[in-house]
Design a protein. Structure first.
Length: 115
């Protein structure tokens, strides 16, 4: 599975961005797709994911502000980020977990939230 992420950028606090992650290759084997992020000097942390059954999970700090969704026809997962805060500044990475347990990662996309 190959993943192509895009949608990052610079936004003011309180603003919104939408990240996209398009999957290609053995997409039939994907069980979960989601996002992690890594802020400068910090470890990579979970943000959100969506399962093949459309169950969604969110990290506590983004609940109510971020929404993960997918378009199966486009093999794409989206992360709508609203009410952005400076602490959301990070490189965001999309990932996919196959039914076999194997993982794929996309390249990161930088989100910068200015105060």
């Amino acid at each position: 599975v190959q993943l192509q992420a895009c949608g990052g950028g610079l936004v003011q606090a309180g603003g919104s961005l939408r990240l996209s992650c398009a999957a290609s290759g053995s997409i039939f084997s994907i069980n979960v797709m989601g996002w992690y992020r890594q802020a400068p000097g910090k470890q990579r942390e979970f943000v959100a994911h969506i399962t093949s059954g459309d169950t969604k999970y969110y990290e506590d700090s983004v609940k109510g502000r971020f929404t993960i969704s997918r378009d199966s026809a486009k093999n794409t997962v989206y992360l709508q980020m609203n009410s952005l805060k400076p602490e959301d500044t990070a490189v965001y990475y999309c990932y996919a977990i196959k039914t076999s347990g194997g993982q794929s990662w996309g390249q990161g996309t930088l989100v910068t939230v200015s105060s």
